[in-house]
Every structure is written in C-alpha cells, then in structure tokens.
Design a protein around this ligand. Sequence first.
Ligand code: NAD
Ligand code: UDP
Length: 332
Amino acid sequence: MNILLTGGLGYIGSHTAVELLDAGFDVVVVDNLSNSDIKVKDKIEKITNKKIKFYEYDLRDLEKLKLVFNENKIDAVIHFAGLKAVGESVEKPLEYYENNLFSTINLIKVMKEYGVKNLVFSSSATVYGRAKSMPIYEDFPTSATNPYGRTKLFIEEILKDFELANPEFNIALLRYFNPVGAHKSGLLGEDPKGIPNNLMPYIARVSVGKLKELSIFGNDYNTKDGTGVRDYIHVVDLAQGHLAALRKLEQNPGLVIYNLGTGVGYSVLDMVNAYNKCCGGKVKYKFAPRRPGDIDVCYASPEKAYKELGWKATHSLEDMCESTYNFQKNNQ
Ligand code: NAD
Ligand code: UDP
C-alpha cells in the first residue's frame, strides 16, 4: 500500500512515516518545508533503511498536487500539513485560514478526481474548547477559542459535509491530545523554530542550557498542585494510532472520530519533576501568571479508540522525558 503523507517531514508526520515504513507500507511525502527540514527525509531513511518519495510542494498549488497523484498510485492519505501555532494564528488569522483550509480543500478535490477514498486527518483536542467535564468523549460539543482551533473545527465540518455528499469516502478525524517525546534513535523529535510555545520543547531547551528557566503559567488552577493538567501522549504511540486508523478505514466505516490520548492527566509540575529525574535536575523554573486562554485540565477518554481501533498508548511519562532529552542533546 502506498500512503501519501502531507506534512510528512514535520514532527508527527516523520514519526508516522517511520512506523509505516517499518510496517511495510510505501510512503510518499508532500511538504513545503515551511516548518520542517529536508534533512528529516534522510533521517527517516536512515532509521528504516527504506526510501521515501518526496515532493517539495505546497498543497495550495492544485496543479502540483495533481502531479503527485499522477505519478503515484496512492491508496490512502494522512493529512498532517498545516500551520499549528496558536499565538501566531491570533496575529495572522488569514494566513491560517488560507493555508489550512485551502490545502485541505485542494487535497480532497484531487483525491476525488483520482478515486483515492481513504483519508486520515490531524485534528486536535482544541476542538473541544472548554469541555464541561473530564474525561473528554468524542461526542462532546465542539467549539474554538482561537483561529488555529477554528481551522481544525472548520476542516472537520468541511470533511463531514464532503463525506455526506461522497459516501464512498472513508475519513478518520483524529483528535490528538498533547503529543510529546521523540524517536528512540535520537534523530527525530520536535525542534520548533524560535522560542518554543509548548511546554515540552521549552523544558528541553532549558535542560541543555539554551534557555535559562521555565515559566510555569499559573499555580492557582483547580488541580492537585495548582498547575495546568494535560494528557501528554508519546509521539510514537500517536504515530501508531494512524496505522490503526488506516486499518479501520479499510472496513468502509464512513466518517469516524477518535481521541488519541492516554486518558491520564499530568500537571506541569509532574512533567518538570519527571524530566528532572532524567536530566539530573537541570530544569529550573519559576511561577508566572496564567497564560491567557489556557484551561485548567484537559484529558481524553481513549476508550473508543481502544474498542474500535484496538489501539492504546503504551509509553510512560518517563519514556516521554527520556526520549525528549536524548533528542535535544543530539540536536544542538
Ligand atoms: P509540524 O509543523 O511539525 O508539521 C506540519 C508540516 O506541514 C510541516 O513539515 C510543514 O512544513 C508542512 N506544511 C504546512 N503547510 C503546508 C502546505 N501548505 N503545504 C505543504 N506542507 C505544509 O506539525 P506537527 O506537530 O507534526 O503537527 C501535524 C498536524 O497535527 C498539524 O495539522 C497540527 O495542527 C496537528 N496537531 C498537532 C499537535 C501538536 O501539538 N503537535 C496537536 C494537535 C494537532
Ligand atoms: N506551560 C507552561 N509554560 C510554558 C508552556 C506551557 O507552564 O512555557 C503550561 C501551559 O500553561 C499548559 C501546559 O503547560 O498548562 C501545556 O501547554 P502547551 O502549550 O504545551 O499545550 P496546550 O496548552 O496546547 O495544551
């Protein structure tokens, strides 16, 4: 089977490419390198000892996208490509709507034209907005609090309408919780440009002395230690969730929605303490005011994915921290 990964050189896409290649799939990647590096292609190939076919194209370029489908017999698509920084999306909403929505619309148009009917889409727990209770189930109401989240919400709606009108399509909306961690080789991981916004890459940079200290945003939340609680999931577990979703789509289920999380919430302090055990206490921190827009607690019910996909996360908090530290040390 030949799987097209859009955004396949990015953080989650690259880990998924490795899992797919290891499982015997062929992989074609389209990525415009706006948030990734061509070196990632060599790293994927080094880890797996297999080749991928790569196109440095922008998904907004419809004609180029058609070329990819012309040159390759694609069996299914995993659509990772998109802009993903919440803060930036508030400053540049049109860029986010243009990039994320136009890319997706082009992609499904071309898939329809070429008769490629199975699609996995990278959605996010952000579509639950401020959920009324925990854990979060897939049938909870959706809403968005920023333009990035709205692109995910809009794309989910577009895909639902598209699937209604084209019932031969099978679409999995995967709502990721908080992906962290890195590949055990130390070659692949999350390496954001500039100062990281997310917790784990920030901790990682503090642990190697690239940043001075972590600011913990809020210690007065209604949680066990006052710091925010999230459902952190190892990126390799997440990658394997995509293989499970592809298998599900083979059964012609129509449109399906799954949370990909662990079901366990860890606080910022839990994460810092676990990380400090791995790196020998190098992560200094101070408490700072809450970050606007943040919620106190967010964790998934991963039950539906377990029941219907036979998938569940297996990596521990320690695995998440160790692999991140290993990657960070390797990539100075
Ligand atoms: P990433 O930025 O590392 O990867 C996205 C890739 O898409 C990048 O390599 C980028 O160059 C490429 N890209 C962006 N726009 C493109 C375009 N128009 N044409 C071609 N390529 C394009 O992000 P990631 O963390 O791997 O996330 C993958 C997907 O998962 C994204 O859609 C993101 O919104 C979603 N997601 C991520 C998280 C997270 O915390 N990392 C959480 C929930 C959902
Ligand atoms: N966080 C923090 N300091 C940082 C970055 C994040 O204290 O420098 C906290 C944040 O307030 C939240 C948790 O870490 O409680 C996870 O934040 P992240 O941005 O990684 O994910 P999201 O908020 O999107 O779930």
